[in-house]
Design a protein around this ligand. Sequence first.
Ligand code: SF4
Length: 548
Amino acid sequence: MSLFREPLPPIPQETAKVVRAITRRKKNLYVTFADEIGPVYVADDFADAYSKRGQPGLSPVLLLLVTLIQFIENLSDRAVVEALQFRIDLKYFLHLPLDYDGFDPSVLTEFRQRLIKLDATKVLLDKLLDVAIEKGLLKSSKQRTDSTHVLASVRDLNRLELVFETMRLALEFLIDWNFEWLESIAQPEWAHRYAQPCFNFRIPKKEKDKANWIANIGRDGYFLLEEIDKLENLALIDHPRISTLRKIWEQQFVVENDHPKKGPRLRKDDEYTIASSEMIVSPHDSDARLGTKRGFQHKGYKTHITETCDENAPHLISHVETTSATTTDVEMRPLIEKRLGEKGLSPLEHIVDAGYTDVKTMKEASDNGLDVIGPMQMCTSWQDKAGKGFALADFQIDWDTRQAICPAGKTTNNWSERSKESSLHIKFEVKHCSACPFRTNCTKGTGPRTLQVKERDLFDALARFRKRQDTEEFKKKYSIRAGVEGTISQAVRRSGGRRSRYLGLAKTHLQIAATAAALNILRLANWLIELPLAKTRKSPLSLLSVPA
Ligand code: SF4
């Protein structure tokens, strides 16, 4: 029987004796967690995650805990195995003998792949939360969520580098796949053209040379795809390197039939035919996307972190989601709330920023007993922005008679429904608006004034939410949202969460889930040690602020 085929064995006496001696005066996070919380994961959780080949002695429970240590300490695979060899507190945490000499770090790579294949990522966080509930250390009535960007583990490529690198990687893959076949179809100049990775300084500077350079790459890609299709080998056609080549050529190139000699060229900005959510930005990681927020752009992913924030209990991360960089926050909030419900952790109050609020889903949540506390987007009409003129609030809406009355006292019942947007389009009469003395206060268009309003129940709910956010009670409840920024900061600074360590969405999510579980271990141990929470840093410049 190998060391870890069964649940972790008892802590070896020698290890315990040494740890007791050296932690007599100062408590240690791993020792406290092992003593007070005990085993979290059992072998049954990962029955299918045992390696069928090689390294038969290593249990998934051990490898999982080592993975979490990596994110508590922000260590590479090699560094964490070294730490296991030399740190006694880690040996105690993992129930290892003092003379344990580690394992080959490549085992961790294989383990991560098995976890993803088995879709076992959620076990990392959920098992820990179950144990926290059992120990009475998890209160979930108030939770807060925020998102942050995660950079893909790839070099930032411009479009010219992107198409070149895609072609180069496809050729490198095909050399391994079938060298003789590639040699039989390869153009003589490919060996020289694609020998080196593409960097901007290698791209011709003159416009004419650059156009020829791009056309050659485009032609090479189309030719290669044609030859691959002739083989009718579905496994090859669907291989990520080849399907990425095909997609990037569809996305980036256009062939001008009226100029066959010119060859393919890159699309101009107004010639793209697909949404940015589909646009591949790197052949090295075809899941990464270009995200934009308030003028800041990044290539990679977005992660949403939800944590509990009740008083008198540790603040634990209750859920994480990782999405494409182009997915909006507001799309994710209902899904996050659904997942929390599935875990039995539905909050009574979910505190979020304006990016997550939307009247329709907030009303649905409210009808189900969940209060979403977050500011609604304010009206964006020119009248609201300027604070003058006739804004929507200046019109009377009579829902029973389906009439709207404008500030000049004119009435309209010209209402039409837009079911897709759950909204109504209300139009005043041309004869009233064209002769109206208040027209410049009301509309800048040439036609009559129109109004876009939500359906009645949403219209009323929106008014209610907007009114509520001006109250002191709302401001007090909302003020605790900012605490989640500290959690994001901890994930970034302590665990290296700003950049993905791995390629692809699934592995990036594994990193985020492991980071969340790692921070929860840290927070539970700190709570048990009675370490006070860090205070919010105040800028020394705040001393200069003088009440107005
Ligand atoms: S422009 Fe039309 S809608 Fe506006 S106040 Fe005048 S009559 Fe009423």
